[in-house]
Each structure stands twice: as C-alpha cells, then as structure tokens.
Write a new protein. Structure first.
Length: 343
C-alpha cells in the first residue's frame, strides 16, 4: 500500500476515535464511528485473500448495522426531548444504544461476528480491532452510564465472560483463541461499567496493555501447534510471552490480576457475592486455554526440520517497544493503589 494512503488511514483511524470521545452531539459521535469503520476496512482487506475479503464484508455489515441503530436511537431521543445531547436519552433509545454498543464491542450474545473477523485479519489488524476499536463504543457507554439498566449490563457481562471462556476451549487457531479471550475480557469491562465507571478506565488500560504485550510476539503464529517453533528464534521472547499469557489470565503476582481483584472487591462490597463468584469461576475457563498455550510454547518440542533447527540465525522482527510493554504487563501490580486512586 502507498505510504501516503497508509498514513491517511492511520490518521483517520486515530482522529475518528478522538472525535467520538470528545463529542457531546449524537450526530457528531455517529459520524466519528462511521469514519472509524471506513478507515479500518482498507486495512483489513490490504492482503488480497478471500478470508480478508470475507472479514471485511462481515465487519462492514455489523458496524453499519450498529451505527444505524445508534442513529435511530439518537433521532428518537431528539424527537422526544428536542435535544441531540448524548446525556439526554429515553428508555427506548437507551435499549437501542446498549444493543448497538454491545454489537460494536463484540459482547455476548452479539459476539458471533468477532472471532470470524479476527480470523480473517492479520495479527496486527486483529490487535487494532481488539484494543483501539473498543475505545469509542466504550466512551459512548460511559457517557450514557446514568441511563443504562445496570442489571442488564451485569447479565451481559457475565454472559460474555462465560461464553468467551467456554467457546475458547475448543479452538486451535491463535487468533480465534485471542478473540474469545477478548470477549471474556469485555465481559469484565461491562461488569466494571455497571458498578464503577472510574474502575472501567483502569480495567481498559490494563486490558490494552496485556493484550498488546501478548499479540505482538504471536504475530508470526497461526495455530497453537506451531507456537513452539518460535523457541529457536528467541527464547527470552517466548518466555516473556508465556508470562504475559498468565497475566492476561489474571494470575495473582502479575499485572492482569489488578483489574479482576478490584472488580471482585467492588462486587463483594456491594453485596453481589454470587455474581463475583460466578465471574471468578468463568476465569478458570479462560485460564485453561492460556495455560495450554503456555504449555505448548515452553514444555513441548514440535517436530523440527533442519531449517527450524537453525532459525536462531535469522533476525527476529520484533518492535523495540515489545520489551517495555511486556515488562509493564507483568510488574505493575504494586502500583495498584496509585492507579486506582488516579483513574
């Protein structure tokens, strides 16, 4: 792709999200969401492959449907209240907005498009869809927080965590596993939104940090069976990847435990012990396939050929920011108090 076109798409992708985040008018927020979608479509279908074309089509149809629902909700609100402000909604438009945002986020039960789109995209594009593309819908959810039904939000969060963990058990493709992992994390995000919007910010930051640290080293792998072939290239990279997977699963000494710990604390302090226990049990499902990935990385040796034995001779194409991001995704648990007080 032409560098100028690529730069234009990147600027458009970045500015559209900021545009939606900073707007207080439904039409401007909707415009930002549409621009965001249209900027990502050429990036997904950059690689001329039938899978990429299929993923682009699915992504466009789903995002267009969600944006249309938001526009319908905004029009209904303006009709009833005479205001286009995002903070003014009616019960009918609130339901439409919540459904549209769940569709955009890929939360259960509107999640079926999400793994298919990630499977058809490259790992770097899947990383953008899993992190940056979730900021604008979450911002709209944040701004309409006072009008949302918190019981429904918690039910959707629990369903997402359960389906994300359960459906990921049967996957062998790396991107499909990461897609269901993302669905499970969205469940925790939605639950945090229902009990404490400020905690959602911290949860989203930690989710993005651990997801970036996990996706970047796995960019060259397609299935869980060939993950072990990375070992001759860079043993330290694979070791850190295994630890970031554990952090993504939420094991206690690592950074990924921080948001889960705080969400469970908030749930138990408000008397929702059953919901907290169920969410905690769904984490075991996700942790199972993270441990399976880590096991295949570190403890098994796949069938090798003469070429793979000498893979250490080749240069590992990892960005320079991989190491600091990975360290941050592992060692930030002591900063929990400071981060919780400032977000």
């Amino acid at each position: 792709m032409n560098p100028m076109i690529w730069l234009t798409l990147m600027i458009s992708l970045t500015s559209s999200t900021i545009f939606t985040m900073s707007s207080n008018h439904w039409l401007l927020a909707w415009l930002g969401l549409k621009l965001n979608t249209l900027s990502l479509l050429p990036i997904i279908m950059k690689y001329n492959h039938p899978r990429a074309t299929e993923a682009t089509t699915k992504y466009f149809l789903i995002q267009a449907a969600a944006a249309t629902m938001i526009l319908l909700a905004a029009t209904t609100t303006a009709w009833h209240t005479g205001s286009w402000s995002i903070t003014h909604t009616t019960p009918t438009s609130t339901l439409l907005i919540m459904t549209a945002i769940m569709l955009k986020l890929g939360a259960a039960p509107t999640h079926l498009w999400y793994p298919q789109v990630l499977q058809g995209a490259t790992m770097n594009t899947a990383l953008v869809i899993s992190t940056w593309q979730k900021i604008a819908p979450l911002t709209l959810l944040y701004m309409t927080h006072n009008h949302l039904n918190h019981t429904v939000l918690m039910a959707l969060g629990l369903a997402s965590a359960l389906i994300g963990g359960w459906a990921g058990l049967n996957q062998t493709q790396t991107r499909m596993i990461m897609a269901f992992s993302s669905i499970a994390h969205i469940g925790w995000l939605i639950t945090a939104m229902a009990i404490s919007p400020s905690l959602t910010t911290l949860t989203m930051m930690m989710y993005m940090l651990t997801t970036i640290a996990t996706f970047m080293p796995l960019a060259t792998t397609k299935t869980i069976t060939n993950i072990g072939t990375i070992w001759p290239l860079s043993p330290p990279t694979l070791t850190i990847t295994m630890m970031t997977l554990m952090s993504l699963g939420g094991l206690p000494p690592l950074t990924g435990f921080m948001p889960k710990w705080l969400i469970l604390k908030e749930l138990t302090s408000t008397g929702l012990v059953l919901l907290a226990t169920t969410l905690l049990l769904t984490t075991l499902l996700s942790l199972f396939f993270y441990i399976r990935l880590a096991y295949l990385m570190m403890l098994t040796t796949p069938p090798t050929t003469t070429n793979t034995e000498h893979k250490w001779r080749f240069k590992l194409n990892q960005p320079t920011c991989t190491a600091p991001i990975a360290m941050a995704s592992l060692l930030m648990l002591p900063a929990t108090t400071a981060l919780y007080a400032t977000t």
